[in-house]
Each structure stands twice: as C-alpha cells, then as structure tokens.
Design a protein around this ligand. Structure first.
Ligand code: PGA
Length: 250
C-alpha cells in the first residue's frame, strides 16, 4: 500500500518566528495523520522548522536546490547543504520557478539528480498552463515535462521521487481542476512513467495533485484512484487549514 503524501509549499512566506508558531500549532493537529506530512519551507526557516518538528511526524522539505556540488553560483543552495540540515524532501520544477526563474526541463532534471545523489527525496512538479490546456496540449506538455525531469534517473532512485501534477492555471487562483480532470491527467503521467520504468514502478510512484487544494475539496480529490497526495500552497499557511487537508479522511 502506498502511503499518501500531503506536503505544504510555503513559498516565500513565514519568518523564523512565524515558522516556530505554525509548526508548534500544527503538531497536535496532525499527529494522528494516516498520510505522510511534509512542510516545504523557505531555506532560512529550515533550521527552525526542523527543531520545532523534531520527534513528530512532520517532515521538513526545501523548495529548490542547485545541481552543482559547490562553486560560484551566487544565491544558490546545494544538495549537500540541505542534507546537512536534515531536510527530507526538496521540490524541483515548481511552475513558479519555471515561469519566473527560467527553469527548463533540463535544469529541473539536473536539480532532481543532484538532490537524489545527496540522498534526498524529491517532489518534482509538472503541469500545463491555461493556454496549453485550452489548445489541448495538456497531455503533450506533461509527457514532455515528465520525460525531461526523469532523464537518466534509475528505477532505484525513482523510489525517492514523488511527482506533483499542478496545472498552472489552478495555482493560487482558487480554480481547482475537477477531481476527474486531475485524475485523468495523472493517469497520463503514470502511463509515461510505466513506459519508462515498467508497471510496478509506475504503480508504486506517488503522484500528488496541487493547485488550490483546500479543506473543502481535499477529500474529493484524494478519493480519486490516481491521486496519491497533495501539494498545498495557500492552505498550508494556516495550521487549521493544512491540518484539515492532512486529515482529509477523518
Ligand atoms: P496553491 O499552490 O495551493 O496556493 O494553489 C499550490 C502550489 O503551488 O504548490
């Protein structure tokens, strides 16, 4: 049985003081969760988040990682640096990175491989824009992004990957994909993975939905057979809301 994974993506929100307060509030609310619980926090909050979450079922993740081991890359953070802080997960390929920071399928792949090489688990994001959806390119885009992100990654390493399907038009907009649409696109992604790695690997891969997932729609989305979790932006910034998503089945 796959354990569902609900991960918060805090994006560029929360100071250290906020982080301590939010994690502390969250701990009792999610302690009996049946899914894996992750908070992907800004780099500067990692130490505080780890400390606050120590000994609990909340794992801490980062939101990006550079592919080089070290060197002249002003403003970047390496996988070793994250590993030293005992981060469990790191997000790669988020659409905001693709859109505002010129991420490509190739850089997403490089970042993912560097994180895997350091022993981290990776949440790799894929998803189409509104224009791509409206011109019926969803399947083509998620196929290209999935193949690109997974290039040269072994079957063994795939076990430490989670894919997040996040239609760009649903992120932060309050517009959720219908549960059926999300399920259908995730099925396409899983089929791509099956072609690359075989049925068993594809079936055990966890694929999340992300994009305006919240306490109201989480249960319906999570009930879909292809959806194994959620990547939660806005609704992860308040303990009560995030806990409701985490406890979608209660
Ligand atoms: P949202 O963000 O839940 O605020 O739509 C999701 C994400 O970008 O990961």
């Amino acid at each position: 049985m796959k354990k569902p994974i609900i991960a918060g993506n805090w994006k560029m929100n929360k100071t250290n003081a906020d982080t301590k307060a939010l994690i502390t509030e969250l701990i009792p609310l999610v302690k009996d969760a049946e899914c894996e619980v992750v908070c992907c926090v800004p780099f500067t909050d990692i130490v505080t988040a780890r400390k606050a979450a120590r000994g609990t079922n909340i794992k801490i993740g980062a939101q990006n990682v550079h592919w080089a081991e070290k060197g002249a890359f002003t403003g970047e953070i390496s996988a070793e640096m994250l590993k030293e802080l005992k981060v469990t997960y790191v997000i790669t390929g988020h659409s905001e990175r693709r859109q505002y920071f010129a991420e490509t399928d190739e850089t997403v792949n490089k970042r993912t491989k560097a994180a895997l090489a350091a022993g981290l688990k990776v949440i790799v994001c894929v998803g189409e824009t509104l224009a791509e959806r409206e011109s019926n390119k969803t399947a083509e885009v998620v196929t290209r992004q999935t193949i690109g992100a997974l290039a040269d990654i072994s079957k063994q390493d795939l076990k430490r990957i989670v894919i997040a399907y996040e239609p760009v038009w649903a992120i932060g907009t309050g517009r959720t994909a219908t549960a059926q649409d999300a399920n259908d696109t995730i099925k396409i992604i899983r089929r791509v993975v099956r072609k690359l790695y075989g049925r068993a690997s594809a079936n055990s891969l966890r694929i999340q939905y992300g994009g305006s997932m919240n306490p109201k729609n989480a249960a319906e989305l999570m009930a879909m057979p292809q959806i194994d979790g959620g990547l939660i932006g806005g609704a992860s910034l308040k303990a009560e809301d995030f806990a409701k998503v985490v406890n979608y089945n209660k």
